[in-house]
Design a protein around this ligand. Structure first.
Ligand code: HEC
Ligand code: HEC
Ligand code: HEC
Ligand code: HEC
Ligand code: HEC
Ligand code: HEC
Ligand code: HEC
Ligand code: HEC
Ligand code: HEC
Ligand code: HEC
Length: 321
């Protein structure tokens, strides 16, 4: 992405004046122009070649790649069964080669702050081996369209990819999704922060043909996966429940009990008029008493209409039993 921005800057200055352009070219490292076609030779000794310089203490954090699923040398499907480091980073002939005094070392083609390959080309590296991600709904999915790369979520230099563990996955997601981060910290939420659930229990981060990249075709089907008892069928259905759980609930968290969008009675009164159930209590001679109506007291509407998701009781037509 850094490269794309630099290229764009060059392009813009080209339009705005030749002098500025010259200046820009002087400052830019020579590989800025290399791009996706940059394809030097592979280095000769694989990872050993790399470890010559990246084997020191400063690089120790990189070594975990040997312990993860990509480091299985005996399995030729993995990077280390083949071109090793360069299976992901692209051919490193230039980068590992000799450089003249004062010259900058050319970067590796893929991944890292100076990589000349575009994000799309980098994703291609992963997809060449992980074809199921390519042939699924990745192309055209929201993350692909927003230039979120495989490596923005996946960490290759770790023993266990944080995406594959519920307790570490959401940290990466909410790094970008700050609104959801805030919701997870509200008083009532799905147990995601506790590591008992992951974002991917509801979402398909690789893309899905559904609203909000949900794993199920509709929001309700998604909720029924775990809250099957809310599916019914009910003798007396409550229309907004069958329509969309998010009429009343926030999926990520809220400060209202049961992650409700608002508390009763306001929740209910969004759709139900106050007529019929007086809002202010009446004294025995039917004058306003100054006390709240019993209809609005503790628990309010749901203390009588307790079967708010639907009732199977023969006389439960008002969702009271
Ligand atoms: C002769 C020493 C040397 C060898 C051999 C070497 N590197 Fe590097 N590498 C460096 C130095 C120095 C940097 C830091 C460059 C910088 O910060 O500008 C670097 C940076 C990187 C980066 C960061 C990307 C970037 O654009 O800054 C990656 C990725 C990388 N090396 C991968 C590899 C791989 C894979 C190999 C083996 C094929 C390898 N290196 C072999 C010296 C080496
Ligand atoms: C499975 C693919 C994969 C393999 C195999 C792999 N890397 Fe990486 N490497 C990455 C990705 C992806 C990044 C970028 C990390 C990021 O975006 O933060 C990276 C980043 C780096 C960096 C720069 C970032 C840093 O933390 O210094 C260096 C240097 C590096 N790798 C060296 C190596 C070396 C050396 C090997 C072989 C021992 C290797 N890599 C093997 C995928 C891989
Ligand atoms: C040379 C082929 C190859 C390349 C390149 C490659 N992978 Fe893999 N990857 C594999 C294989 C093989 C496995 C192990 C699959 C298995 O055991 O079924 C694997 C496993 C994984 C897993 C599962 C990890 C787990 O703990 O279950 C993830 C996630 C993954 N790769 C992501 C990536 C990403 C992201 C990239 C690009 C930076 C990448 N891979 C590049 C071959 C590759
Ligand atoms: C928005 C974050 C995100 C992005 C971007 C992303 N992944 Fe994933 N990936 C995940 C999560 C989360 C999982 C774990 C899914 C699960 O547990 O069901 C996963 C799982 C995987 C796995 C393990 C097998 C599987 O499908 O469960 C592979 C392989 C993989 N991703 C490859 C890729 C490749 C290749 C790309 C780029 C084209 C990519 N991912 C982009 C989040 C992401
Ligand atoms: C590098 C930043 C980044 C990371 C990491 C990331 N996302 Fe996103 N995601 C985005 C952007 C940008 C969008 C599009 C704008 C938006 O909706 O915020 C998006 C959109 C989404 C959407 C809405 C899709 C739609 O079609 O409306 C969902 C759901 C989502 N991401 C889930 C996840 C999950 C789950 C993870 C972790 C597995 C994750 N994201 C990780 C950047 C990221
Ligand atoms: C219990 C299921 C569930 C879980 C778990 C979940 N989500 Fe969602 N998410 C939804 C539903 C349903 C929607 C669509 C309705 C809505 O936005 O209220 C949604 C919408 C989104 C959107 C799009 C919001 C918008 O305004 O378009 C993003 C981004 C998102 N989720 C990110 C995440 C992240 C990040 C995580 C993990 C921290 C996560 N979700 C966990 C169910 C879930
Ligand atoms: C992957 C499983 C899963 C999915 C899918 C799921 N939930 Fe949950 N839900 C849970 C778990 C686990 C709890 C916590 C139960 C507990 O604490 O006893 C929970 C709790 C709740 C609660 C009660 C929260 C509280 O504070 O009392 C509500 C409301 C809820 N879910 C609504 C939804 C809605 C709406 C959807 C669809 C957008 C949904 N759930 C999808 C697993 C799921
Ligand atoms: C008309 C508003 C409304 C709709 C729509 C709704 N709920 Fe609820 N839900 C509530 C209220 C109110 C509570 C709190 C119940 C209480 O106070 O006794 C609740 C509580 C819950 C709880 C936690 C307590 C329990 O009963 O297990 C879950 C889980 C839940 N709802 C799931 C769902 C699912 C799944 C859907 C969609 C199929 C849904 N809700 C649709 C109003 C609604
Ligand atoms: C999003 C709108 C909406 C919300 C919010 C909502 N309802 Fe309803 N409710 C309806 C609709 C629509 C019906 C069906 C009305 C009909 O068939 O005439 C209904 C039916 C009912 C009925 C059955 C009475 C009848 O005439 O069939 C009761 C009782 C009821 N709702 C109570 C509640 C309570 C209590 C709450 C708050 C926890 C609530 N509703 C929240 C839309 C809503
Ligand atoms: C003290 C118990 C009680 C409380 C509290 C209560 N209701 Fe009712 N509700 C009833 C009874 C009994 C009926 C049926 C008799 C009637 O129509 O008055 C009813 C009927 C209804 C109906 C059916 C429509 C109609 O007029 O026939 C709706 C809708 C309704 N209530 C919504 C609410 C809402 C919204 C609240 C909270 C503001 C609420 N109720 C609080 C007992 C209660």
């Amino acid at each position: 992405m850094g490269f794309a921005a630099a290229a764009l800057a060059v392009l813009l200055t080209m339009q705005s004046g030749a002098a500025a352009q010259e200046e820009d070219q002087e400052e830019a490292p020579r590989w800025v122009t290399l791009g996706d076609d940059y394809m030097p030779e592979y280095s000769r000794r694989g990872a050993d070649e790399c470890m010559r310089c990246h084997g020191d203490e400063d690089s120790a954090h990189l070594n975990a790649v040997f312990e993860g699923p990509h480091g299985v040398m005996a399995d030729e499907r993995t990077p280390f069964g083949g071109n090793q480091c360069e299976a992901c980073h692209g051919p490193g002939g230039d980068h590992t080669g000799r450089i003249g005094f004062g010259e900058a070392r050319p970067p590796m083609p893929a991944f890292g702050p100076n990589s000349p390959w575009s994000e799309e080309r980098e994703n291609q590296v992963c997809q060449d081996c992980h074809k199921e991600q390519k042939h699924g709904f990745w192309e055209g999915g929201t993350h692909q369209r927003q230039d979120v790369g495989c490596a923005d979520c996946h960490d290759s230099h770790v023993r266990r990819d944080p995406m594959t563990v519920a307790s570490t996955q959401s940290e990466t997601c909410v790094g970008c999704h700050t609104e959801q981060r805030a919701q997870l910290h509200q008083a009532y939420s799905h147990p995601i922060r506790q590591g008992e659930m992951a974002c991917s229990d509801c979402h398909q981060p690789h893309g899905a043909p559904n609203e909000a990249m949900l794993s199920s075709p509709t929001i309700n089907q998604n909720c029924y996966e775990c809250h099957a008892e809310k599916r019914g069928p009910f003798l007396f259905e409550h229309a907004p429940v069958a329509e969309d759980c998010t009429n009343c609930h926030k999926p990520h968290g809220s400060n209202n009990p049961a992650m409700l969008t608002r508390r009763a009675p306001l929740l209910c009164q969004q759709c139900h008029s106050r007529v019929g159930h007086a809002g202010i209590g009446r004294s025995p001679n039917d004058l306003p008493s100054g006390n709240p109506s019993p209809f609005l007291l503790s628990g309010s509407c749901t203390s009588c209409h307790s079967q708010v998701h639907g009732s199977n009781h023969p006389s439960g037509s008002i969702l009271n039993r």
